[in-house]
Design a protein around this ligand. Structure first.
Ligand code: C2E
Ligand code: MG
Ligand code: MG
Ligand code: MG
Length: 282
């Protein structure tokens, strides 16, 4: 805020702002030590074929367990990690941990599940990013096509040559690319035809009211149809009940993810869920 106001931001900080920035500084110093103190953990949320609830993979979602702050959600610390550059080591840790977990699942379940990993803009633009992805895959013996990188429309907004080149290199490696939170980024749609995306993830804010709001239902239908016309697959996120799932099935949505199936869970719980789901569907 102060930055946007330019010179007029000379006025003194209000007590609230002081408190806010102290809290921020404290969080920043805790975040700096979080990796070495082993406070980061990945939770996993299953992704299923909408039509028959066949499990295809999971999304990795980071959690921060800090002794003083408890379980901190990524919405609270990822923006700070972005601003401070700490997203680079954190993102590297996430990718490696996700690939290692994916390898363990293969041994535990006998299935080749896919793994989706969120990538934030600063991490994506880091010069070593593509090599880092390559290394995480090869060190863990994971075929590139099993990894899906989720990128938000925000990143595509500043449509630079570098963005296009990085996407192209990842695509050539065989990594799958998805647009996360699709529909919330205010970006033009033209990028969909020139960038090598495989999947659109419909933002949960559209899925939430799909049974009660005609506009949301219309948007979801339109996104699915548009995606299919462009040979993209569609994942609906935030599916919380069977009516929403039924609607998505009727619209031909490819995949679904949400509390209806499972909340994001620590690896052990995720694997228990997978075993139970396999039992239920044989
Ligand atoms: P996202 O990638 O769009 O992830 C989906 C979010 O929706 C997750 O929140 C998930 O827990 C939540 N969710 C899943 N199913 C449902 C549902 O049925 N209903 C509702 N209401 N919510 C559902 P979470 O785990 O708090 O993550 C928030 C965001 O933080 C993520 O949004 C992603 O943008 C970011 N994030 C998470 N992990 C990472 C990471 O490892 N790296 C980066 N760069 N960002 C991450
Ligand atoms: Mg995501
Ligand atoms: Mg591709
Ligand atoms: Mg999302």
């Amino acid at each position: 805020e102060a930055k946007a106001q330019g010179k007029s931001s000379y006025r003194r900080f209000s007590p609230e702002m002081k408190e806010l920035s102290l809290e921020r500084l404290q969080m920043e110093s805790r975040l700096r030590r979080a990796l070495e103190l082993n406070e980061m953990e990945l939770y996993y949320q299953p992704i299923l074929q909408a039509a028959d609830s066949h499990l295809i993979g999971a999304e990795a979602l980071i959690r921060w367990n800090n002794p003083a702050m408890g379980l901190v959600s990524p919405d609270r610390f990822i923006p700070l990690a972005e601003e401070t550059g700490m997203i680079i080591p954190i993102g590297r840790w996430v990718l490696n941990a996700a690939c290692q977990a994916n390898k363990r699942w293969e041994e535990a379940t006998g299935q080749c599940l896919s793994i989706a990993v969120n990538v934030s803009p600063r991490q994506f633009r880091d010069p070593g990013f593509v090599e880092m992805v390559q290394q995480a895959l090869s060190e863990n013996g994971i075929p590139a096509k099993r990894l899906e990188l989720e990128i938000t429309e925000r990143l595509i907004l500043d449509n630079t040559i570098e963005t296009a080149q990085i996407l192209k290199r990842l695509d050539e490696m065989g990594v799958r690319l998805s647009v996360d939170d699709f529909g919330t980024g205010f970006s033009a749609l033209g990028y969909l035809k020139s960038y090598p995306f495989d999947t659109l993830k419909i933002d949960k804010s559209f899925v939430r009211d799909v049974m009660t709001e005609q506009e949301d239902a219309a948007l979801v239908k339109a996104i699915i149809n548009m995606a299919h016309s462009l040979s993209l697959e569609v994942i609906a996120e935030g599916v919380e009940d069977s009516d929403q799932l039924q609607f998505l099935r009727e619209q031909g949505c490819d995949f679904a993810q949400g509390y209806f199936y499972s909340r994001p869970a620590p690896e052990a719980d995720f694997l228990l869920w997978v075993a139970g789901h396999q039992q239920a569907t044989v």
